[in-house]
Design a protein around this ligand. Structure first.
Ligand code: FES
Ligand SMILES: [Fe+2]
Length: 439
């Protein structure tokens, strides 16, 4: 933007390009926290992280430190991690079981798992001074919390769409597809997660997830090495190599294959990549899964469930989900150029062990911090951030691929090819809407 001109964040986003300031400017970042992370529905965790009364798990929503807890009545609560006495963090550990109550480490005020006061030590000092039932002496609850099929979200604003409406069909599909693959209709998180601090903006990670042009370039060497090992294994043993090799070999698919996929953009920035992997081979694990789902739901419904081929879903602005492989990555921004990602995976209740082993293999081989795939991406993210932080060299980031060729039907955008930059344009349309709708 020219010097001296008043900046409107909406001007940073055009139909086919965005200004570099959206990735690198501290003021833009602070405004993102106010207008997006502290207002919209943000993923907290899965209810199975707190299976027992007294269990808690801490996390962030934007700049705010939050606690997810389970009360003695079984209810899940989302609270600010702040003591109403003198303001200390209540939980300094990442997770644990607090027993009947949280106990502040500073002066030992105690709070039930819903945040209400249980006990205050030496309370004669307060006799006739305060009423503990006054909400100002309780831990504060998230302004709103919601649960979609076991996935807990919070919004730190009292206003806006309810959770289901906000997620819409596009984002709900992520959780439906995970849960429907369980013969019991439920998923269970496998604790703990991997964590990565990325030295790059949170949006760079989300954009990369549905960027179907980069895999055969960035991950070419990884894919080639895996394909070579796969062949060697088969030549030597006569058997197919373990599935992990295929997960990596898929990264070197020819461009025609990526081209044939499709991405779908939904309101609020939620975006899907459909197709990609055929996960219904005729191996014994898949057959056992089909049998378990047929027992639970009948053959027709089993076929419908396993034919759902949504490989990847961005739940904007906080999640990347790969439902057929039960993977979820949560994005926690820590600054314009610093982002924490939590990498989780799930077990499908009632599904054969081999289905879990498949999820675990993908978790280790593709999404873990130690995989070569992730290392390739992290290096790109760092290099992008460093390029965007420069003063010279250009101000704009191009999102032109297949611009103007997407088809929009009833608010849902279909890309003309899997390699279109429609997902980035769709996420930025929501970004622009969120950043300017309060003005
Ligand atoms: S700050 Fe928590 S009890 Fe004093
Ligand atoms: Fe990648």
């Amino acid at each position: 933007m020219p010097d001296g001109q008043e900046v409107h964040y909406g001007d940073y986003v055009q139909d086919d390009r965005v200004h570099k300031a959206v990735y690198a400017d501290q003021a833009v970042y602070e405004s993102e926290l106010d207008n997006i992370f502290h207002k919209k529905w943000i993923y907290i965790g899965h209810e199975s992280q707190v299976p027992n009364p007294g269990d808690y798990w801490t996390t962030w929503v934007g700049k705010e430190r939050m606690i997810m807890s389970r009360g003695s009545d079984g209810a899940v609560h989302v609270l600010y991690n702040r003591c109403p006495h003198r303001g200390s963090l209540i939980c300094n550990n990442e997770h644990g079981n607090a027993g009947k109550a949280f106990r502040c480490p500073y002066h030992a005020w105690q709070f039930y798992m819903d945040g209400s006061v249980r006990q205050v030590p030496m309370k004669q000092g307060y006799d006739g001074v305060i009423d503990y039932k006054d909400p100002q002496f309780s831990m504060v609850r998230a302004e709103r919390q919601g649960n979609y099929r076991g996935f807990i979200f919070a919004s730190l604003s009292t206003e806006g769409e309810d959770l289901e409406t906000y997620l819409g069909q596009g984002a709900r599909a992520a959780f439906d597809d995970i849960c429907n693959r369980s013969p019991q209709g439920e998923a269970e998180i496998v604790a703990n997660c991997f964590r990565i601090i990325q030295h790059s903006n949170w949006k760079i990670f989300l954009e990369n997830q549905l960027d179907a042009v980069h895999p055969s370039i960035t991950h070419h060497s990884t894919g080639d090495a895996a394909a070579a090992m796969q062949k060697k294994y088969k030549d030597k043993t006569g058997d197919d190599a373990p599935m992990g090799y295929q997960f990596l070999a898929d990264f070197t698919l020819p461009f025609e294959k990526w081209d044939s996929l499709q991405t779908v953009g939904f309101p609020n920035g939620h975006t899907q990549l459909t197709g990609y992997m055929g996960l219904r081979p005729r191996d014994p694990v898949t057959l056992a899964h089909e049998a378990a789902l047929t027992d639970a739901y009948g053959a027709e419904r089993m076929d419908e469930i396993l034919s759902t081929n949504v490989h990847h879903v961005i739940v904007y602005p906080c999640l990347s989900v790969q439902p057929p492989l039960q993977q979820l990555r949560a994005v926690r921004p820590l600054g314009p150029n610093k982002t924490l990602t939590e990498i989780w995976h799930f077990r499908l209740k009632g599904a054969p062990d081999g289905i879990y082993e498949r999820a675990l293999a993908y978790y280790y081989h593709v999404n873990s911090p130690s995989t070569m795939v992730n290392a390739d991406d992290l290096n790109n993210f760092r290099a992008i951030q460093e390029g965007l932080a420069m003063v010279g060299g250009g101000d704009w980031v191009s999102l032109h691929r297949n611009a103007g060729q997407d088809t929009v039907d009833n608010g849902v955008t279909h890309s003309v090819t899997g390699m279109s930059e429609m997902p980035m344009r769709n996420m930025f349309a929501a970004w622009k809407q969120f950043m300017t709708e309060g003005n």
